[in-house]
Design a protein around this ligand. Structure first.
Ligand SMILES: Nc1nc2c(ncn2[C@@H]2O[C@H](COP(=O)(O)OP(=O)(O)OP(=O)(O)O)[C@@H](O)[C@H]2O)c(=O)[nH]1
Ligand SMILES: [Mg+2]
Length: 683
């Protein structure tokens, strides 16, 4: 066993606070800051006075919508906590933070409904290889035995959940905890350090049993401890501590601490675990494979556009030291100059002159640098250490300012918001002229809209994006089109016969000609095609026409009056008159959709598919996701617009989907009539 932990790691740490929605992450941040003296007292979440809920939007919706960064000191060492939002709609915010933090504190609670959400968090930690401590919160209101809770939570974790504390109960209410490594009891006091007491004699047996179970788990990675347990030798406490630290750092176990963020209980034990056991920046640099070398390396975790001070880039210094005004270089070797280094406490900043390895600070005016970028002091630059891709958006709307004069202002504001939130997607639709904003749920986009309106004073109109309907024909028609004008001087003459025929779905447009004897001169045949193509942009129902073949079979011309324009006009006329007789029909896009859902909601999900005119192709276990299914369906694009809202409400907020275009299908009846009339109105 010996000194596996390699001594306690000193120096600044960065701790991400993550977990399912409303599990108490922001409350925990507040408790941690109060306990370490960064703020005078712990204010309740929702009071509007906490470090975490300083934005108007977070207050209004009583949930975190972005990460809050707060640096504090504990026993002379600096710890930066980054409280991440729990909603799946804001989940991407945590990724660049997790990538560069030393340890994650996963705030969980004894709530079965939040297990799939916890699973999502744990998977992300596995993916990014982040060591983690689980803080079992809301112990004040939980009647469940902690051991049963851990059994329930264990399937979400790829490593054993290692219980380090058990609750001390009186009349069924948790009044303190017993630390299984220290073998000491603590009686909780509200918003204050717990009082150390002896382990009550009637708790001793329970304590020993839980302690043995903790040691057994540790012994899985320590042969000497295994022998001691088999021979019933009491292992030295120091060595148990070393094992606890080493197993956490090596990602072999997930230590579990208990407490109540709301009452400020269990906070000191958590701080001590972070101080003594959590890996430091050196370990994190090794994880990211940048431990060797001397140039400074900085990882960007988050970008904020402040109302006065310009852009701030929350950054972790992984190696070396940076000073104000120094230059940093990114992947393309382009230089950015630091203008201001700040220590953050929520929205408050304190100016610094430098930052060293381990520090998490805000760097001013790195306007060209993006969240997730890696920067270095070396002129040769550095490639991004991690490639983070936001998932495919699941909710969109078309937006435009209520007043035209705000267009430029809106576009600049949206670009700032998209810089702050890389999971937002902004596209301009050439066909419809719409600006389409896409994101990860209704709330995600609602917040964007609120920010545009309240922070930038731009009133916004938003609506579901237009569906790219098409039309085609079902019958063939041969139609003559004759364009003739005699208005003094030079006349116009063009005359064509077009055979208009339906083509199979997906074939597009084909133009052919079977002109003999030069009845339409060669040089006017492209004019005929151009006229037909122009007509196809808007068919008789008002949509672009597809899957149509047109053959130019006959016609006539005039030596003087025929022209390119005249033949284009003739072709358009033939199409206009012919198309109505071809039994035009609307086509709508049908998507192939993979819906990802916890298995216990699969039946609910499959039941809502037919209500949205969807067809189930099949469902199966989601590969490598225990307890999840993939439901494969086809569904009209027009039915997918708000699908995510229903999926999320059927699954406590965790279901998601990916859609890709599959085919076009005929749309008739009432839905077609509605689409035609609304397209007519828009035109
Ligand atoms: N009983 C009890 N309630 C708590 C505790 N911690 C937090 N809460 C309550 O849980 C609710 C959510 O708390 P938050 O701290 O906002 O949770 P969060 O995890 O930050 O939420 P999001 O960031 O929106 O995911 C609030 O009503 C808190 O008062 C606790 O220890 N015990
Ligand atoms: Mg929160």
């Amino acid at each position: 066993m010996g000194n596996r932990a390699g001594g306690r790691r000193s120096g600044p740490k960065c701790v991400a606070i993550v977990g399912p929605f409303a599990s108490g992450k922001s409350t925990l941040l507040e408790a941690l800051l109060a306990r370490t003296g960064a703020i005078p007292r712990q204010n309740p979440i929702g009071s509007g006075n906490t470090v975490a809920d300083h934005s108007a939007e977070a207050k209004a919706h009583a949930m975190s919508i972005e990460a809050t960064v707060a640096t504090t000191e504990f026993m002379g060492e600096q710890i930066t906590f980054v409280d991440c939002p729990g909603s799946i709609e804001f989940a991407f915010e945590a990724e660049p933070i997790l990538a560069a933090c030393d340890v994650a504190v996963v705030v969980a609670e004894a709530d079965e409904k939040k297990i799939p959400a916890l699973q999502l968090v744990m998977r992300k930690l596995d993916e990014l290889n982040v060591p983690r401590i689980l803080f079992l919160n809301k112990i004040d209101k939980s009647a469940a035995a902690v051991r049963d809770t851990l059994k329930m939570l264990q399937p979400t974790s790829s490593t054993p959940l290692l219980l380090r504390q058990i609750p001390l109960r009186k009349d069924g209410i948790v009044v303190g905890s017993i630390d299984l490594a220290l073998e000491r009891a603590y009686v909780y006091r509200e918003y204050a350090e717990s009082e150390v007491t002896d382990i009550p004699s009637d708790e001793k047996a329970r304590e020993l049993e839980a302690r043995f179970s903790m040691l057994e788990t540790l012994a899985d990675h320590d042969d000497q401890l295994m022998e001691q347990l088999l021979e019933e030798i009491e292992p030295p406490k120091d060595e148990v501590f070393d094992d606890l630290a080493a197993d956490l750092r090596e990602g072999l176990v997930t230590p579990v601490l208990i407490g109540s963020a709301e009452k400020g209980n269990g906070i000191l034990r958590l701080l001590k675990a972070i101080r003594h056991d959590a890996p430091d920046v050196e370990a994190t640099a090794r994880r990211l494979d940048v431990s060797a070398g001397s140039s400074a390396i900085v990882q960007l975790m988050k970008s904020i556009h402040t109302s006065h001070g310009g852009k701030l880039s929350i950054s972790r210094v992984l190696r070396g030291e940076i000073t104000d005004s120094s230059e940093l270089f990114g992947a393309d070797g382009a230089a950015v100059k630091i203008s201001g280094i700040y220590r953050m406490l929520g929205k408050d900043q304190t100016k610094l002159t430098s930052a060293k390895a381990g520090d998490t600070v805000a760097l001013g005016k790195l306007d060209e640098a993006l969240t997730g970028d890696t920067l270095t002091s070396s002129k040769s630059g550095i490639a991004r250490l991690i490639d983070l891709q936001p998932p495919q958006p699941v909710f969109s709307f078309a937006l435009r300012p209520k007043e035209r004069k705000d267009e430029v202002k809106m576009s600049a504001a949206i670009h700032r918001l998209a810089d702050e939130d890389p999971s937002l997607d902004l596209q301009h639709n050439q066909e419809t002229g719409e600006t389409i904003l896409s994101g990860h749920g209704e709330m995600h986009l609602r917040i964007v809209r609120e920010k545009l309106e309240s922070r930038n004073q731009i009133p916004i109109d938003s609506q579901p994006p237009s569906i790219p309907y098409r039309e085609t024909i079902k019958k063939s028609v041969t139609q003559r089109g004759r364009h003739r004008k005699q208005s003094g001087g030079h006349g116009q003459f063009g005359d064509v016969v077009l055979e208009i025929k339906p083509l199979p779905r997906g074939a597009g447009f084909q133009f052919t000609e079977t002109i003999t004897g030069g009845v339409v001169p060669r040089n006017y045949i492209p004019s005929v095609e151009a006229g037909v193509r122009d007509f196809l942009k808007t068919g008789p129902l008002g949509f672009p026409m597809v899957d149509v073949a047109v053959n130019l079979s006959d016609g006539s011309y005039h030596n003087v009056d025929s022209s390119d324009m005249a033949f284009q006009m003739a072709a358009k006329l033939a199409m206009k008159e012919g198309a109505v007789g071809c039994a035009p029909v609307m086509l709508e896009p049908i998507m192939k959709v993979e819906i990802y859902t916890p298995s216990d909601a699969t039946a609910r999900i499959t039941a809502l598919v037919p209500q949205r005119r969807g067809q189930i192709l099949g469902y199966d276990a989601r590969p490598a996701w225990s307890g999840w299914d993939v439901v494969e369906v086809t569904m009209p694009q027009s039915e997918i617009g708000d699908l995510i809202i229903e999926l999320r409400s059927a699954t406590a907020g965790v279901a998601s989907y990916r859609a890709t275009f599959d085919h076009m299908a005929e749309l008739t009846g009432r839905l077609a009539d509605e689409a035609i009339s609304s397209a007519g109105r828009a035109a």
